[in-house]
Design a protein around this ligand. Structure first.
Ligand code: UGA
Length: 427
């Protein structure tokens, strides 16, 4: 082996913890994933991922029971070289990040280490946390129970996209290590020595800020493209042509300039809100961040506005809603742009007829009483109009399925249809 395998414990078997843990096992480390949820733990130990992620199931099968396992106990913390905290930081009602899971993970780690430990591990914050959390919350919780200088904290943000997380893990643009301690840095470099990527070392607070800023910047690119797109629509210009021309400037880059229904997911809306809240608290009024959120809130309703140009009264109109997940290749519906669209259709007494290749079951928890179909063709049958909400590749193949519609009003919120008469939200 090129590098020493380490004993790694990951606290949190959610999306980030599970993907990170499984990929670290694939790099050759010995990994234990700890979570309080017993059903999740037994699913992982049976090599059945509790979430859908492209390629995860195969990786899990290769490593579970060998150099990867899951447990509800913190005991593996005692033997760990490196402990990752990868628990959730859900939003509080005011948009700030709720750090109660971070706090209890740090307390549990400290309680375990104080019991049995002779030498101490590196403790790494992987969760997305507000700047200062590692230094001012995690560090002091550990220090309150453990001998001084017996452990080190590092902040190591993740940049994984759902649906492409495994590939993103193995081919990162950069690895950010937020620690100034040389010994900790050496261990962290060993953790990732199987990867070929530039390593940036910073203070822990800067590392936390890098994560929020990266997500906020990507979200800003999308909202900016949407605002320009809405203007292009009025001027009868194709925003995709415009953004192609703009994105060829290497200072801008062609990525994340896709105008349409707006951004969803568990990260962008939550992280931009959290950054705006902490900005306000720091006395810096976040004009730009608030605008990014405001554009994104309005964007799905732009689809309804376009629909109403065709049908001023939507009452009893059958509207096929294609795509319920917040993006393609996932069953995750968190902050999906379909949610405000379906809610608005119901509000206007229209009849949404929904289809998603993967996320239908999840959406039934949000809208138990709307119609769900098993195929796009079925949803389109006799529909008065169709809204494409998610960039699923299978939607780009749709063609004669549209022939089953009552009227051919087709509004493409993701610019993926290949039929000539589809209308865009922004183009
Ligand atoms: C995002 C970031 O891309 C990851 O780098 C980051 O690690 C992750 O959040 C996180 O913080 O954990 P993710 O939320 O999985 O990843 O999804 P994205 O692929 O970034 O898409 C987010 C949303 O933006 C989707 O609803 C997508 O449809 C939308 N989007 C994306 C656009 O509307 N236009 C675009 O040009 C690109």
């Amino acid at each position: 082996d090129k590098y020493p395998a380490l004993h790694i414990t990951i606290i949190g078997g959610g999306y980030v913890g599970l993907v990170t843990g499984t990929c670290l096992a694939h790099l050759g480390h010995d990994v234990t994933i700890v979570d309080i949820d017993e059903t999740k733990i037994s699913a992982i130990n049976s090599a059945v991922p509790p979430i859908y992620e492209n390629g995860l199931s195969e990786l899990l099968k290769n490593h579970i029971g060998k150099n990867l396992r899951a447990s509800t106990e913190y005991t593996s913390v005692s033997e760990g070289d490196v402990i990752f905290i990868a628990v959730g930081t859900p939003p509080n009602p005011d948009g700030s990040a709720n750090l109660s899971y971070i706090r209890s993970a740090a307390e549990n780690i400290a309680n375990q280490l104080v019991k049995q430990r002779t030498s101490y591990p590196v403790i790494v914050v992987k969760s997305t946390v507000p700047p200062g959390t590692t230094q001012n919350i995690v560090g002091p919780i550990l220090a309150s129970k453990l001998p001084k200088q017996s452990f080190d904290c590092c902040m190591n943000p993740e940049f994984l996209r759902e649906g492409r997380a495994i590939d993103d893990f193995f081919h990162p643009d950069r690895i950010v290590l937020g620690t100034t301690d040389e010994q900790t840095l050496n261990i962290m470099k060993n953790v990732y020595s199987g990867l070929d990527a530039p390593v940036l070392t910073t203070g822990s607070t800067a590392a936390e800020m890098i994560k929020y800023t990266a997500n906020a910047f990507l979200a800003t690119k999308i909202s900016f493209s949407n605002e320009i797109g809405n203007l292009c629509k009025q001027l009868d210009v194709d925003v995709y042509e415009v953004m192609k021309g703009v994105g060829l400037d290497h200072r801008i880059s062609p990525h994340f300039l896709n105008a349409g229904a707006g951004f969803g997911g568990s990260c962008f809306p939550k992280d931009v809100s959290a950054l705006a809240v902490l900005s306000e608290a720091a006395g810096v009024h976040p004009i730009l961040l608030q605008a990014v959120l405001a554009v994104n809130e309005a964007q799905p309703l732009q689809m309804i506005r376009i629909l109403e140009r065709h049908f001023p009264d939507l009452k009893e109109k059958r509207i096929a809603v294609l795509g319920l997940a917040f993006k393609d290749n996932t069953d995750d519906i968190r902050e999906s742009r379909s949610i405000p669209v379906i809610a608005s259709l119901l509000d206007k007494n229209a009849v949404p007829v929904c289809y998603d290749p993967m996320a239908g079951e999840n959406m039934k928890h949000v809208f138990p009483n709307v119609l769900y179909c098993n195929s796009a063709k079925e949803a389109l049958k006799n529909a008065d109009a169709c809204l494409v909400m998610t960039e699923w590749p299978e939607f780009s193949q749709l063609n004669e399925e549209f022939d089953g519609m009552k009227f051919r009003v087709i509004i493409d919120g993701r610019h993926i249809l290949t039929i000539p008469d589809a209308e865009g939200v922004c183009w």
